[in-house]
Write a protein that binds this ligand. Structure first.
Ligand code: ADP
Length: 477
């Protein structure tokens, strides 16, 4: 039986988008010189004009952060810093609906996800780190661990406000000040967050937000007044950053790409596993660095599981991100859509078999139907390269050892999943998987207390939990 869903659109009346934005420096919005448009990827409607930050804007922001660090923020006790973080967390909760609608408009992800996942996790990150601010002596880093100074933070477009929270909350809790650059296609929630900093009466210059593109990011990375860099984005840019800071004293955490393996053993509960697979690759349009984008199935159950997966995929609702029934929203940009299309075509050309359910995709905006490829081999590009879209590559295995070898046969090492009813098998597999996060009988679960990060080309260092704090602190005595 198929259910029909009437449209259930969330109102956008709650958000007030200005026609043009400047940078947020030293507690106020300063007009930018050059601008570029930010659009709604579901409709291609221009939402606003964003400032393209140059060297002088970055200079001003770093100077403000430096001044705030020496004059105010490093002088406050942990307890006082914690109060600001709690205040920000509460305001974020109060304004959650506004943030969810704005994020959905600017990013294209479904309101169901911004409302139920992104924004609640953002508030959770501030609450969690607020709790740490006066307990840093107990973080395992010796007595009175000290902040680095000014943190330069560069974030991607797939979880705009959540990546801001992952970076700003630990920086402030540990006593650092911040210059942050959002991604070019998704600056709006970071700019609304700047208003939250004003509302929380955070001292001027503690958080500075400079919008712009890769050149603005590079200006932050190369600025001599920056002491620590936190970056989330592509492996390609991560390598550029690593090269740029080699030989300097700058500390860095880099959270980069992934090609997560989701291994299903033949004793796994198949219906639950199908839900986990769908969540692993179709959550957030597959714009997830830790997505379970390689499904590795034990041969005995492969055909049955693929059939079940197809039935489930036919029920995924693709469409208006502001509709509360939507499961899969718009691809974030035309550029990203082209990358996904190019890699999917490579899958066809290399001999894998493509399947998607029937989908009515809008002619306006950027869309890609949920897609699986079967008959994928390890040599195929779609098994090796990060697609960063709703595309799943399916491989198979006979012995458990073969599953592990296939899973680890990647330059990345961010995430993996194991599905089995046997605890001993799960423990055996998780110990051998070279991935920063391994989920067992679930996928894509996040918590501020849990460290997140990668092996190999997936990055350096960890964010979240006690491990994440360490990267913002110098060891005490
Ligand atoms: P994605 O593939 O997710 O778009 P990118 O790595 O291109 O990821 O971008 C992530 C962030 O890095 C964005 O905010 C982008 O503007 C910024 N960025 C791009 N190039 C550079 C660079 N050379 N130095 C610093 N930041 C950069």
């Amino acid at each position: 039986m198929t259910f029909e869903y009437a449209p259930a659109p969330e109102s956008r009346a709650i958000v007030d988008i200005k026609p043009k934005y400047g940078h947020f420096i030293d507690g106020e919005f300063l007009p930018g010189k050059k601008h570029f448009a930010t659009i709604n990827p579901a409709t291609e409607e221009v939402l606003s004009q964003i400032s393209l930050g140059g060297l002088s804007d970055v200079d001003k922001a770093v100077a403000a952060a430096q001044k705030a660090y020496t004059k105010t923020w490093s002088k406050l006790s942990g307890k006082e810093r914690g109060k600001y973080l709690y205040r920000i967390a509460r305001i974020l909760q109060e304004r959650a609906r506004e943030f969810a609608v704005l994020e959905t408009l600017d990013n294209g992800k479904p309101i169901r996800e911004t409302r139920d996942i992104d924004i609640p996790l953002v508030a959770a990150h501030f609450f969690y780190h607020a709790g740490w601010a006066d307990k840093l002596d107990y973080a395992g880093l010796g007595k009175s661990p000290q902040p680095h100074g000014v943190a330069g933070q560069i974030i991607p477009w797939n979880f705009p406000l959540l990546m801001l929270a992952w970076k700003v909350a630990p920086a402030l809790a540990t006593g650092n000040t911040v210059v942050l650059k959002p991604a070019e296609t998704t600056s709006l929630t970071a700019l609304l967050f700047a208003e939250v900093c004003q509302q929380a009466e955070l001292p001027d210059g503690v958080v500075n937000i400079v919008t712009g593109d890769g050149s603005t990011g590079a200006a932050i990375v190369n600025h001599p007044g920056i002491h620590k860099i936190a970056f989330t984005g592509s492996t390609e840019v991560g390598k550029k950053i690593a090269r740029a800071i080699a030989g300097t004293n700058k500390k860095a955490t880099l959270e980069l790409g992934g090609k997560g393996a989701n291994i299903v053993f033949d004793d796994a509960p198949l219906d639950e596993t199908v839900e986990g697979i769908v969540n692993g690759i179709f959550f957030n349009q597959g714009h997830v660095c830790c997505a379970g984008s390689r499904l590795i199935l034990q041969e005995g159950i492969a055909d049955e599981l693929i059939e079940k997966l197809k039935v489930r995929m036919a029920k995924i609702r693709v469409g208006d991100p502001l509709d509360k029934n939507t499961d899969l929203g718009a691809i974030n940009s035309r550029e990203q859509l082209s990358k996904i299309q190019e890699l999917a075509s490579a899958g066809d050309a290399e001999g894998a078999e493509r399947w998607s359910p029937a989908c009515d995709l809008s002619a306006k905006g950027f869309w890609f139907a949920p897609t699986i490829f079967t008959g994928v081999t390890q040599a195929h590009r779609i098994a090796r390269e990060e697609i960063f879209g709703p595309v799943l590559s399916i491989l198979s295995f006979r012995t458990p050892q073969e599953a592990i070898e296939k899973a680890n046969n990647t330059p990345f090492g961010l995430s993996a999943g194991v599905w089995s009813e046997k605890g001993s098998r799960i423990l055996w597999a998780t110990q051998q998987l070279r991935a920063g996060v391994v989920w067992a009988n679930t996928f894509n679960k996040f918590d501020p207390a849990s460290p997140f990060g990668g092996y190999k080309e997936s990055g350096w260092g960890r964010e979240g939990g006690k491990h994440g704090l360490a990267s913002y602190l110098k060891e005490g005595k």
